[in-house]
Design a protein around this ligand. Structure first.
Ligand code: DQA
Length: 146
């Protein structure tokens, strides 16, 4: 069975308490549960991690192929807009990846309009709340099952 690595970036551990008007009431645990429920019906295994540390995320991405993952679903959170290292790690590992955001980053502050990650992933889904993750996972499963 194919394995997908799901990565949540910084501050996403605070979902449910954090800027609820922007990110909603759903906690990270609830998002993860919904992702796991969806994956069960799709014959894929999810390994879900969250970190507030850029280097941890770079390590996880860089090791993903050797760790047996077929694809990566990632919400790089604030590192979307700043991290050359995460972008380079995605390029280096060469696995299909989809970038997701709960909020519509293009409808927010100017500094969020640029994603350093977007050019090196298969696609980006932004602005659908928790559905962004489910849509991203669905897209990724479609890519690895082809
Ligand atoms: C986010 C959008 C980012 O700009 C922000 O820094 C986040 C969350 C989102 O899911 O909407 O932490 O990635």
């Amino acid at each position: 069975m194919k394995k997908i690595l799901v990565i949540h970036g910084p501050n996403l551990n605070l979902l449910g308490q954090r800027e609820k008007d922007v990110y909603g009431q759903t906690t990270l645990e609830e998002i993860n549960q919904q992702l796991q429920d969806f994956a069960k019906g799709q014959d894929v295994v999810l390994n879900i991690v969250q970190s507030n540390h850029e280097g941890d995320l770079v390590d996880r991405i860089g090791d993903a192929k050797n760790d047996g993952f077929a694809a990566i679903l990632i919400n790089p959170a604030a590192y979307t807009h700043t991290s050359v290292a995460i972008r380079d790690a995605l390029l280096a590992v060469g696995l299909p990846a989809v970038e997701v955001h709960l909020s519509n980053i293009y409808a927010r502050e100017d500094f969020r309009h640029k994603s350093l990650v977007a050019p090196v992933v298969c696609g980006q889904i932004s602005g659908f709340g928790i559905k962004s993750y489910l849509l991203g996972l669905q897209a990724l499963i479609g890519i690895i099952k082809v």
